[in-house]
Design a protein around this ligand. Structure first.
Ligand SMILES: [Fe+2]
Length: 167
């Protein structure tokens, strides 16, 4: 392999799929926010998975594990969609974090407070993702629309499950 081939860098790519560059850029930026939020919630979910105590330990420990695994997979899918739209995925943890609009504070100490905190974050993500999903459909980016639709289903189900545990 030539040295030149190994020196190729990631850059904005020319994509001729019928989605105008302006639309792709806007969608990719919005996906950056969803990616940031997904990582913030992934870390928070993981922290609560480790620290939850009390009679709800086992169901919450297991549910948070299922959720952080899903969020990790989702982060990969979202970042790869940004690449498919022709843009670089975030290069640093700091830039992922900067894009997040969620409050990443993991200060909840009781099981009930942790669940409230997680439900609030999932709800916030649903509100944000719904509007981004509608924008993607409007731009006729049906792939992003379908991907985000699946994210909405995950977050809405997570809300129900957390609520059911502490009901
Ligand atoms: Fe674990």
């Amino acid at each position: 392999m030539s040295k030149q081939a190994l020196a190729v860098k990631t850059s904005i790519e020319k994509v001729e799929t019928g989605l105008p560059a302006k639309e792709r850029k806007k969608i990719a930026e919005n996906l950056g926010t969803v990616l940031g939020d997904t990582y913030t919630l992934l870390v928070k979910t993981h922290v609560y998975h480790w620290n939850v105590v009390g009679p709800l330990f086992l169901p919450l420990h297991e549910l948070t594990e299922a959720h952080y695994n899903d969020l990790f997979q989702a982060a990969d899918t979202i970042a790869e969609r940004i690449r498919s739209l022709g843009f670089p995925a975030p290069m640093t943890l700091a830039s992922i974090d900067r894009k997040s609009k969620l409050d990443g504070n993991t200060g909840s100490e009781t099981a009930a407070a942790m669940v409230d905190d997680l439900v609030g974050d999932h709800e916030e993500m649903v509100r944000r993702i719904r509007s981004i999903t509608a924008d993607a459909a409007e731009a006729e980016d049906f792939v992003t629309h379908d991907m985000l639709n699946a994210r909405l289903a995950f977050h809405e189900k997570a809300i129900w499950m957390y609520r059911a545990i502490i009901a």
